[in-house]
Design a protein around this ligand. Structure first.
Ligand code: ATP
Ligand code: MG
Length: 383
């Protein structure tokens, strides 16, 4: 039997655990053409949730489209994608789509071919267009008109939304807000893992997106239902595990869905012969995973400066430590604060560490501290 615990990509269908309440709430909000800001730390499952929500929306005849701002380096690309994707979600007939596209002023139709040889249409912004923001607004406005004409509801999901700042955010936020407020047929979900940036965008009175919609903070998956999901698969695979040992998985993975999936995936492989999952097997999983990812960590390690390495070592030994406290610096022999600040800034920028809402600094990758402790014992890489 194939390993049912998938990780790394978009997980759907029977491989997707729970999130029943979240999907119900989001669906309800979208049926009412509202706007929701979906916020969580990294790897909690926002993107998976959005795709699974999409399937539920389809069942209710609601069109949807998904855009990841990471994929669009500049506003020109974002504007074309926003217009093309929204229109395509509403109109599947390519002749009608082309006709619709020909009515745009700032964007023009572009023909292509899909792998099956069918003609496809999308929108492109011309090289001479000096005003990509107006093109974006035109695309959004046209989508609203099309949805209204077809008496359809559309949900536009914009992932990694805090990236909007990279396109001169404030002006865009302002223009988008006034356009969105006119939309009677399009609901929006803005999703992001830069929690403080996302929250500032919505809670700061001076920002255009202030109170534009409801904030949904995505928490971990409830242990009770996640356990049922895991035990269900283990039973299907003929594995034996004691319910209380499963708690160890949630503790090791800090309830982060990516971590839990990864741990369960490795657990499945580790016990594939014996089919017996003991507490010892569970405790051995993070180290196994950290060794699997060793090439990735080695690259990070090689590119880190000496003081960055020292800070990472200190945090892997003392994950609850406060890096700017005298105690922490003395006990780990690091400092002064100015050099720690420089190391931190760089490690945050590289996405190796993150700042939690309680202001502590944590590893984005829960398994990396296991690798660091492992190489320092002279095992792992060197054994
Ligand atoms: N409900 C779920 N059921 C099973 N696995 C899940 C679920 N939610 C998340 N995962 C696991 O977590 C991984 C990361 O999820 P996802 O990419 O959706 O998180 P994210 O919050 O969008 O992360 P990022 O902020 O880094 O973009 C997935 O590849 C999957 O393995
Ligand atoms: Mg994501």
């Amino acid at each position: 039997m194939e390993n049912p615990f998938r990780y790394g990509g978009i997980v759907t269908g029977t491989y997707f655990a729970d999130r029943t309440v979240e999907i119900r709430d989001l669906k309800r909000e979208m049926e009412n053409i509202n706007r929701v800001f979906l916020v969580s730390p990294r790897r909690f499952g926002k993107t998976c949730l959005l795709y699974n929500l999409g399937k539920h929306l389809e069942e209710s005849g609601i069109a949807w489209t998904y855009l990841d701002l990471n994929a669009f380096p500049d506003l020109r690309h974002f504007a074309s994608a926003m217009a093309s994707f929204s229109a395509k979600a509403l109109e599947s007939n390519s002749d009608r789509l082309l006709k619709f596209f020909s009515g745009f002023r700032r964007l023009h139709p572009k023909l292509g071919m899909d792998p099956d040889g069918n003609i496809t249409a999308s929108l492109e912004i011309s090289a001479e267009e000096k005003d990509p923001l107006s093109a974006l607004i035109e695309g959004m406005n046209q989508a609203q008109n099309l949805a209204a004409k077809k008496k359809m509801r559309l949900v536009v999901m914009i992932d990694e939304f805090s990236d909007i700042e990279k396109y001169d955010g404030r002006t865009i936020e302002k223009a988008m807000r006034s356009e969105i407020q006119k939309h009677s047929h399009i609901g929006y979900i803005f999703s992001g893992s830069e929690q403080s940036m996302m929250l500032a965008m919505i809670q700061d009175k001076t920002r255009p997106f202030y109170k534009l919609g409801r904030i949904m903070e995505l928490g971990p998956i409830k242990r009770e239902s996640y356990s049922r999901f895991i035990l269900g698969w283990l039973e299907k695979g003929g594995y034996a595990i004691r319910n209380e040992d499963l708690e160890g998985i949630f503790a090791l993975g800090k309830d982060v869905p990516y971590n839990i999936q990864r741990l369960c995936n490795t657990m499945w492989e580790t016990a594939v012969e014996s089919k017996a999952i003991t507490a010892d097997v569970i405790q051995s999983l993070p180290l196994i995973i950290s060794r699997q990812d060793s090439p990735h960590y080695e690259m990070i390690w090689q590119s880190a400066t000496k003081s960055q390495k020292n800070l990472l070592i200190a945090l892997s030994d003392d994950p609850h430590g406060l890096v700017f406290s005298r105690d922490f610096q003395m006990s780990h022999g690091i400092g002064p604060s100015s050099s720690i600040k420089a190391s931190l800034d760089s490690l945050l920028k590289k996405g190796i560490l993150a700042r939690a809402l309680d202001n502590r600094y944590i590893f984005v990758d829960e398994f990396m501290p296991f690798w660091i402790r492992d190489i320092r014992k002279g095992k792992g890489k060197f054994n």
